[in-house]
Write a protein that binds this ligand. Structure first.
Ligand SMILES: [Zn+2]
Length: 133
């Protein structure tokens, strides 16, 4: 038999949750280098207050540039995942083809709520979707 609409929508929802959790994990991974950088800047700052201000600022900038790739390699995929998780979930769990769950007859958009072939009741979402979309 064909997978039911409820099954596919549940699967799609769970895939979406999984992808969002993955994005969250990537954000956390990306935050770790930022925290390391902050700790290094703060500890550096307290241990070498005597240094001149301009040199201090340069060192901080260099530190930030050094940690930037380590952060971006996680943050960029996380942002992409967050932007496209809905689309990816639809791609991973596509809706079942618009067929009658009982006999497999192709359902057209705007068709009657009963299958013209076998007369069984059709799910509302299936009738609305139909063959045209
Ligand atoms: Zn049918």
């Amino acid at each position: 038999m064909y997978p039911s609409l409820e099954y596919v929508l549940t699967k799609r929802y769970l895939v979406g949750v999984f992808l969002r959790c993955g994005a969250l994990a990537l954000f956390i991974m990306g935050a770790i280098p930022l925290l390391q950088m902050a700790v290094q800047i703060i500890s550096d700052n307290t241990s070498s207050r005597i240094q001149m201000g301009i040199q201090r600022r340069l060192t901080t900038l260099e530190l930030m540039l050094a940690y930037l790739p380590a952060t971006l390699q996680y943050i960029v995929p996380a942002v992409v995942l967050l932007m496209f998780h809905d689309r990816m979930a639809r791609w991973i769990a596509p809706l079942p083809r618009p067929r009658c769950p009982e006999c497999g007859y192709w359902i057209r958009a705007g068709a009657s709520p009963k299958c013209p072939e076998c007369g069984s009741a059709l799910p509302k979402a299936l009738v609305e979707r139909g063959e045209d979309k």
